[in-house]
Design a protein around this ligand. Structure first.
Ligand code: C5P
Length: 404
């Protein structure tokens, strides 16, 4: 988690729309104000059905804006002034309707008008029913907002207002505040840089129904891809077979299955990459032959599987690396961690290696956390970090990558 004190003195416009998650925006306002930020709340007319402006004006210390004009005084609320004032704007919760209006410039309320006038960074925390969330219309509108530079703070899975269970719950206030603090801490320090990432396991085919694989879930690589995209990079993610992981729509994703396919895609993207981060758990061996038909069980015979070596993607790219390119590998170890990782740095011509040990609880495959040590080719002292969320680990890796 980024220290929220970085929000001190920052001007934040908090847009609240008409969703049940609007009650969480009171907590979000409180977090901002406690961190020393100045908060101006704008509510859509519908939002007032879910939470009262009195709650938010009390917490923010400023009158809440809903209408273009104050009914009592005729005073005009200037969306232009607000747009210039805001260092950041966060729409939380953002309904499908407001997201659609923002994506298409339908400026029929103060919130969307202010969004169109905002020069600062825009964050959007969607909250809606699960079917609305996955509707092509919503997906397209969210992708449009991202292409205009907004950062989407992903909704989470759980029970929704409809009592259906799925993705659509607004991110928790602490997560939203952290995303904004992280933006102020890092800015767009990867703007103009291409980052190539490999993630997930590889599957090495035995026959049409079987493969050799491993327990990698791709979570760490996806977290790095999301963090790099949020920091302004042009990100290409070569992903092995992984489950449903959320990915920033600005990331260009190439799905592959085997080590050979992963190498081919990584090779074709590598020459133009400024930074390459190889987090995939690539199978070291593959069956020498792939059976064309399913291998049948035979009564008294146990088949033997002949294996051959897979290409080492990291080592291959390491030999092609030119001045100005930086290559980062991972080492997941169970013993002799430091010596093994140091050996890999040299053998694969890496600039930095991310070491995680399966001996550390909460580190490695499948978890949402990781505990890493960063080791460097230039001989500087290794950095050891405490257990953190994979999102925070991703930012730590990028921070150090930028010092290489
Ligand atoms: O040798 P080891 O598999 O432990 O090395 C780990 C690092 O090398 C990781 O960055 C991994 O993505 C990369 N690697 C690779 N191709 C392989 C094996 C590992 O890119 N065939």
């Amino acid at each position: 988690m980024t220290d929220l004190s970085i929000l001190r003195g920052k001007h934040i416009v908090l847009g609240i729309t008409g969703g049940i998650a609007a009650y969480k925006s009171a907590m979000l306002t409180r977090l901002f104000v406690k961190a020393g930020a100045e908060v101006q709340v704008i509510m859509t007319p519908n939002a007032r059905e879910f939470i009262t402006p009195v709650t938010l004006s009390t917490l923010s210390g400023r009158p809440v804006i809903t209408e273009f004009f104050s009914a009592n005084t005729g005073e005009w609320h200037s969306h232009v002034d607000l747009g210039l004032w805001a260092d950041a704007m966060i729409i939380a919760p953002a309904t499908a309707s407001t997201i659609a209006k923002m994506a298409n410039g339908v400026a029929d309320n103060m919130l969307v008008t202010s969004y169109l006038s905002t020069r600062g960074k825009v964050f959007v925390a969607p909250a809606m029913d699960l079917d609305m969330m996955v509707h092509p219309t919503t997906k397209r509108n969210i992708a449009l907002l991202q292409s205009y530079g907004a950062e989407i703070i992903e909704a989470t899975e759980g029970e929704l207002a409809s009592h259906l269970v799925g993705k659509g719950r607004m991110a928790e206030p602490a997560v939203i505040a952290d995303a904004i603090a992280s933006y102020f801490a890092h800015g767009c320090d990867l703007a103009g840089k291409k980052v190539l990432i490999t993630a997930g396991p590889t599957y090495e085919k035995i026959d049409p129904v079987r493969f050799i694989g491993n327990y990698s879930t791709g979570k760490m690589g996806f977290a790095i891809a999301n963090a790099a995209a949020a920091r302004g990079a042009d990100v290409v993610l070569v992903a092995g077979p992984v489950g449903n992981l959320s990915l920033d729509s600005r990331v260009r994703r190439i799905d592959v299955e085997s080590a050979c396919e992963m190498l081919a895609s990584a090779e074709s993207e590598f020459a133009s990459a400024d930074y390459t981060i190889l987090s995939a758990a690539v199978a070291d061996y593959r069956p020498a032959e792939v059976a064309e038909h399913k291998i049948k069980r035979e009564k008294d015979k146990i088949p033997t599987l002949e294996l051959i070596k897979n290409p080492d993607i990291a080592a291959t790219l390491g030999t092609r690396k030119h001045d100005g390119q930086r290559l980062i590998g991972f080492a997941l170890e169970t013993d002799n961690e430091t010596a093994n990782a140091a050996d890999k740095i040299h053998r694969k011509n890496l600039d930095m290696i991310v070491l995680n040990s399966l001996r550390d609880p909460g580190a490695g495959f499948g978890t949402d956390t990781n505990k890493i040590t960063l080791m460097y080719a230039d001989g500087r002292t290794a950095d050891t970090y405490p257990l953190k969320s994979k999102a925070d680990v991703a930012d730590d890796i990028i921070d150090k990558m930028l010092t290489l």
